[in-house]
Design a binder for this molecule. Structure first.
Ligand code: GLA
Length: 384
């Protein structure tokens, strides 16, 4: 057990009488396929070695007690009084609420959780909180849901109290991750394949811009709406059922005059990103990392110019990465508006790269950069 897990267990023992079960719930990275999980696309996420630890035990009452270590806050609530409150409480309560709405037989429990994913950094602390709790509840009450059903439950939970109309990628990766593998997830059919991630001397490094995004702010839902609006037009004009059926962005262009510029740009991005992700999957299987990296840069360009979910800080970080010959690909990762960039870098060049970019970033924005070298881990696991 690492020190965070030990601390979570120690605090649980100080606060509650039972012996807890302990779980690790990872955050995620995404190699390519951004903002297309809710557009019937493919995505390529993986679970990582940063995440949330849960200590949890049935308490034989009708009250749920949470202690959020990272916020030093307690929440006690009767199971039949669960409602939307605010902040972290909405994420955990919404998960419990989904079990109740699904008619599952659960009762009171005590729970302490804490982790090492910076909030709003695009590594999906929210899915780590939701997925870990859903898995633990499923386990301690013998509910019997499988990992895919749990991911779908967490997605409903995030739509409900937090109000983020997210896709399935984050919770799917959190629950179904596999050590040293990426997941090629088909978001239309909700099925996946694993690929071993062989980076042959390269590593994945995240650069945290420290610009905090908050998906709850509504911009995410606005992007989703634009896509829905555009697709309704394209369905009619092109006789297609989903973005996946559109052959190329040229077909979207034919109907430019029927949509606003924002809607047109979003649809163009989505069709191009679906195409890029399919191509990226093939390149990864052929071990063509250079080709893969070029697609990552192209994704960033699309996210920044067409989908408009970047910010000057993220653009700067990707630009800097593009100047370094040891970096084969870089782009903003996750929902955007801040958070991290994902970079594939030659292993021996990592420390120089981090030092150089940190210096330039601090000079430009007066923000101290954080960098994380990633390891790919399994999805949610019971560790004790
Ligand atoms: C957030 C959402 C995901 C996905 C990404 C963008 O992380 O939770 O469902 O849409 O943004 O790819």
């Amino acid at each position: 057990m690492n020190s965070i897990a030990e601390n979570v267990v120690k605090i649980f023992k100080e606060k509650f009488p039972e012996k807890p079960d302990v779980y690790f719930s990872p955050g995620r990275i995404n190699l390519i396929g951004e903002h297309i999980d809710y557009n019937d696309g493919y995505v390529m996420p993986a679970a990582i070695n940063k995440g949330v630890y849960y200590a949890i035990a049935v308490n034989k009452t009708d009250t749920i007690n949470f202690y959020a270590l990272d916020f030093d806050e307690l929440l006690s609530i009767k199971i039949n009084e669960i409602r939307k409150i605010d902040n972290w409480k909405n994420y955990v309560l919404s998960v419990v609420n989904e079990f109740v709405l699904a008619g599952k037989n659960i009762s009171g429990f005590d729970c302490v959780f804490g982790g090492d994913i910076p909030c709003g950094s695009g590594i999906s602390s929210s899915a780590a909180v939701e997925g870990g709790l859903a898995y633990a509840i499923n386990d301690i009450f013998n509910v019997g849901l499988n990992r895919v059903e749990l991911a779908l439950l967490c997605q409903r939970a995030e739509h409900n109290f937090p109000g983020v109309n997210c896709g399935i990628m984050d919770m799917y990766a959190n629950l179904n991750g596999k050590k040293d593998h990426v997941i090629l997830l088909d978001c239309k059919n909700i099925t996946h394949q694993y690929f071993p991630l062989q980076l042959n001397g390269y590593k994945i490094v995240l650069l945290n811009s420290k610009v905090h995004h908050t998906l709850v702010s509504g911009e995410y839902n606005v992007r989703r709406k634009r896509c829905e609006e555009g697709l309704a037009i394209l369905k009619k004009e092109l006789q297609v059922k989903s973005f996946r059926d559109i052959k190329s962005s040229g077909d979207v262009e034919l109907h430019k005059d029927k949509m606003s510029t924002e809607v047109f740009n979003c649809c163009t991005y989505v069709v191009e990103e679906i195409e890029r992700t399919v191509k990226a999957g093939q390149l990864l299987q052929q071990n063509d990392l250079d080709g893969f990296g070029k697609l990552m840069f192209a994704t960033h360009e699309g996210l920044s110019k067409l989908y408009q979910v970047s910010c000057p800080e993220l653009d700067f970080l990707v630009q800097q990465a593009g100047k370094d010959k040891n970096v084969i690909g870089a782009r903003l990762m996750g929902g955007g508006f801040g958070g991290c960039t994902i970079n594939i870098i030659k292993e021996e060049a990592i420390s120089n790269f981090i030092a150089d970019v940190s210096e330039a970033y601090e000079k430009e924005f007066n923000i101290e950069l954080e960098a994380y070298v990633m390891e790919i881990s399994d999805g949610v696991t019971k560790i004790m």
